[in-house]
Design a protein around this ligand. Structure first.
Ligand SMILES: [Fe+2]
Length: 201
């Protein structure tokens, strides 16, 4: 099956004032759509054509001849998750089991948030910061470059924040720290993250 651009799970203006309709129109309709269109062009006739998105991402990683497929397919996966990881009136209370685990592994929710923001801010250039459940069963904060994600770098991705400039430049200009802080404080869909946590455990 070809890659398909999903609709946003909320209205374009639903994440204001933290993420504007203009940002979402560019980010979803232009940037995410370009990954879908370019990915489909590159997949045509390749041995990964018709595979599941996860298999395409994993199967193209590290293969120089499939770098274009990897970049577009991985960004497609990242953005599908990213849209679902946010919601209107997000942030706020973290469901009990996940909050308990965050306190266990980071010391406090505030420490987790500080680590997450720091990972996003210190990712040099384009990329993502993540909350993952690692293979030893511990929560960890990681960061990846460009389109790379935990499917290929390890662990189960529970939460990811896009720190490409296209994600924040309209609303925050160059102030990436303010954007990542607003994301973790006011945009995260913790119910969705908790659901990913319960499935990963
Ligand atoms: Fe993006």
């Amino acid at each position: 099956m070809a890659l398909e651009l999903p609709a946003l799970p909320y209205a374009y203006d639903a994440l204001g004032p933290y993420m504007s309709a203009e940002t979402l129109e560019f980010h979803h309709d232009k940037h995410h759509n370009a990954y879908v269109v370019n990915g489909n062009k590159l997949l045509e006739g390749s041995d990964l054509e018709g595979k599941s998105l996860e298999d395409i991402v994993k199967g193209s990683f590290g293969d120089a001849s499939k770098a274009g497929i990897f970049n577009n397919a991985a960004q497609h996966w990242n953005h599908i998750e990213f849209w679902n990881m946010m919601k209107p009136n997000g942030g706020g209370a973290i469901p009990g089991e996940l909050e308990k685990k965050i306190i266990e592994d980071f010391g406090s929710v505030d420490q987790f948030k500080a680590d997450f923001v720091n990972a996003g801010v210190t990712q040099f250039g384009s990329g993502w910061c993540w909350l993952v459940l690692d293979d030893s069963g511990k929560l960890a904060v990681t960061k990846t470059a460009n389109g790379e994600n935990p499917l290929v770098t390890g662990g189960h991705a529970l939460l990811g924040c896009d720190v490409w400039e296209h994600s924040y430049y309209i609303d925050y200009r160059n102030a990436r720290p303010d954007y990542v802080k607003a994301f973790v404080d006011s945009l995260v869909n913790w119910e969705y993250v908790a659901e990913r946590f319960s499935k990963a455990g």
